[in-house]
Design a protein. Structure first.
Length: 435
């Protein structure tokens, strides 16, 4: 039996797809294929954080329905499945089942039921032991919690993934050990709000927070690097920042989703922090780790965002000099607080697009200036990508998250090598191996 799967959205969704692939492989004998035409089961693992990918869903279902083998099934999973549920089958009768983002462990049940809709967001699979994917490389994703308890005014995720529950730490540690034995060197810990780890378990559990979990995982032999996504700036207390800085296995790059630099807008967004708190946390982090890599997410055009509010966002952008930026125009989403607000505070599309362009071009300038300053610096790079034929190179990430390309050298994937940055091209770094 063959499985074709398309995955949209965040790292959490990638992990959910890996879980479904592993479950379907070990329990139902499915192998992956890249050709939807030859699949017996086609899965689309959807994202609904913004409107655009959601709009494309139905045209995609139509295309798969046309080219699929007779008798092949189509299943819609993930966040859009969670919030549209049965409506998907009503609109697209070629769909055989709908499986919400909070119900992934039921995959091998629903494939046998026609027109099954499993989208309950109270379902708790925080203690479910998923089969481990077979083809893990040097890097692996590992869930540490499910759901999200925040109420950010723009965000659909609490509605699609339900309340936040931490996965018991012994389960996480035992999965991490298994991964280390299979050759994994770098773990990416996943949760909607990782640094709130330990706030609630669904079983009796010892008291442990995220800093404690990092300590436990870093004791595992074979795990050389630990990353995580996404932490919330509100929960970046000193204990967390100090553990992050001090623990040698924790990579020195961090995602700090800003969303807006204006304290007024942050309040309307219900983010729970101010511009000053955010900058204070960045300064604390930079004082502990001057070379720390910082990434962020920013939304422009949130209802009521004035030119002055946007200038506060630009101000934070310039002060922090982010290494990576994911930026979006606000997209109203159903089941969110801001969806219900009237039109009077709506930011016109042209203004929002112009703000996005300004933000992105300023960020590119910052990156290129920063890349020049990197010349001469040395890093330990974990090789993730190689090209052996003409124009050979190796490429990987430094522990502070910078992608560095090493021309004319072919290492093995998984090698950790010393590299000196020799020049920069735009924002990209080129290095040479230091023997
Ligand atoms: N509109 C635009 N961007 C959004 N994000 C979340 N919800 C919305 C929305 N309604 C962005 C946030 C979040 C990232 C995953 O997607 O920046 O951090
Ligand atoms: Fe991930 Fe959010 Fe998209 Fe769901 S809606 S896949 S949680 S980004």
């Amino acid at each position: 039996m063959k499985l074709y799967i398309e995955t949209l959205g965040c790292a959490m969704n990638m992990r959910d797809s890996e879980h479904m692939i592993a479950e379907l492989n070990s329990k139902e004998g499915y192998d992956l294929t890249d050709e939807p035409q030859e699949a017996d089961l086609i899965l689309i693992n959807t994202c609904s954080v913004r409107e655009k990918p959601e709009r494309k869903l139905f045209s995609e279902i139509g295309q798969f329905a046309k080219i699929k083998k007779p008798g092949a099934k189509i299943g819609i999973c993930g966040c859009t499945a969670s919030h549209m549920g049965e409506e998907i089958i009503k609109k697209a009768p070629s769909v055989n089942f709908v499986l919400g983002a909070r119900n992934i462990s039921k995959i091998s049940e629903v494939i046998h039921k026609n027109k099954a809709v499993e989208v309950g967001i109270d379902y708790d699979d925080s203690t479910y032991v998923f089969d481990t994917s077979r083809n893990t490389g040097v890097k692996a994703l590992l869930n540490i919690s499910i759901g999200c308890d925040k109420k950010c005014a723009y965000c659909i995720v609490p509605h699609t993934r339900g309340r936040e529950i931490s996965i018991p730490s012994d389960m996480i540690v035992s999965e991490a050990k298994k991964l280390a034995q299979s050759g994994v060197k770098e773990l990416m810990l996943l949760g909607q709000n990782v640094n709130n780890y330990g706030a609630r378990f669904s079983v009796q559990h010892k008291i442990i927070n995220f800093a404690g979990l990092l300590r436990e995982i870093s004791n595992i032999d074979g795990i050389e690097r630990i990353r995580f996504t996404s932490p919330h700036p509100l929960h970046m207390d000193d204990e967390f920042l100090e553990e992050f800085a001090r623990n040698p296995k924790v990579c020195k790059s961090i995602h700090m989703p800003l969303q807006s630099g204006s304290s007024n807008i942050l309040k309307k967004m219900r983010r729970g922090y101010t511009k000053e708190w955010y900058i204070n946390r960045v300064q604390k982090l930079q004082s502990l780790l001057p070379n720390v890599g910082i990434g962020t997410d920013i939304i422009v055009g949130f209802p009521g965002e004035s030119d002055e509010d946007f200038e506060h966002t630009m101000d934070v952008l310039r002060k922090v000099e982010f290494d990576t930026l994911y930026s979006f125009v606000y997209s109203p989403r159903p089941h969110t607080e801001s969806y219900l607000w009237g039109d009077e505070e709506k930011v016109p599309q042209e203004i929002a697009s112009a703000r996005l362009a300004k933000l992105q071009s300023t960020h590119r300038e910052i990156l290129s200036t920063k890349a020049k300053k990197e010349i001469g610096k040395r890093h330990q790079v974990l090789i993730e990508n190689i090209k052996e034929t003409e124009g050979s190179f190796s490429e990987g990430r430094s522990d502070n998250g910078k992608v560095i390309k090493i021309p004319d050298e072919v290492f093995k994937i998984g090698d950790i090598v010393s590299v000196e940055v020799i020049h920069s091209e735009g924002g990209s770094l080129i290095g040479k191996h230091i023997r």
